[in-house]
Write a protein that binds this ligand. Structure first.
Ligand code: ADP
Ligand code: MG
Ligand code: MG
Length: 213
């Protein structure tokens, strides 16, 4: 049972690598509007390192939670940048909530995503409205939690949450950044969404593809 969960998690990490790779240039361009333009590069480095670490952990028989914790450390170590540290927090929180012992249920996944949102806000000190990935992570966690509480199966709940995430990422175009590297060029970013918000929504959609398969 725990091995099936580990395989799903590894498939999800592979899907993250693919979507980041496909959109890396676009993410760099978005980050360059008001930031330093390295978001595509950083996400590529981080996701590839996370996948490789996850594969090594799976080869040693790790369960889903342990696999994700190894992937989390690799992402944070190798990505560099603010988003790398924050993606490390996301993977670690989800891994901790899933654990290794049993087949994780939808409620465990939802509570992991909620813990990820809390952890990112604790480390990065951004709140909703600051034009960061938090503007996607918080509504994603909320929508997932609601859909799971209504009794929807994980894939359907995740689909609903990914749709909310996509709309939330688009909506960051109308926000002014108050934190991070984008802060000194705040006005330039009006009309452009936040890079980390866009990448998070892309990843949410890619993970749905794995959960629905
Ligand atoms: P860096 O800003 O160090 O160059 P990246 O370009 O990889 O790192 O990531 C930038 C993204 O990180 C931003 O678009 C934003 O979504 C996110 N981000 C930056 N600072 C914070 C923060 N304090 N809290 C949450 N997210 C943040
Ligand atoms: Mg950057
Ligand atoms: Mg940078």
């Amino acid at each position: 049972e725990s091995r099936a969960a580990a395989r799903t998690v590894l498939d999800a990490l592979a899907a993250v690598v693919r979507t980041v790779d496909e959109h890396a240039d676009e993410l760099g361009r978005i980050d360059a509007v008001a930031g330093d333009g390295d978001h595509g590069i950083g996400m590529r480095r981080g996701s590839e390192a996370a996948y490789e670490a996850g594969r090594r952990a799976q080869g040693l028989g790790a369960g889903a939670g342990t696999l994700l914790c190894h992937a989390a450390d690799a992402w944070a170590d190798r990505a560099g940048g603010t988003s790398g540290a924050l993606w490390g927090v996301i993977l670690r929180q989800v891994g901790t909530a899933l654990g290794d012992a049993d087949r994780p249920d939808a409620a465990a996944v939802a509570s992991g995503v909620a813990a990820a949102a809390d952890g990112v806000m604790r480390l990065g000190k951004a709140e909703v409205g600051d034009k960061t990935m938090v503007d996607v992570l918080v509504p994603l966690a909320g929508a997932l939690g609601e859909a799971v509480a209504e009794g929807q199966p994980l894939a359907a709940a995740w689909d609903a949450a990914a749709t909310v995430a996509e709309a939330a990422a688009k909506a960051t175009a109308e926000l002014l950044p108050r934190l991070g590297r984008a802060r000194p060029h705040a006005e330039k970013s009006l009309g452009t969404p936040d890079a980390g918000a866009v990448s998070l929504a892309l990843i949410a959609r890619a993970v749905h593809g794995v959960l629905a398969a």
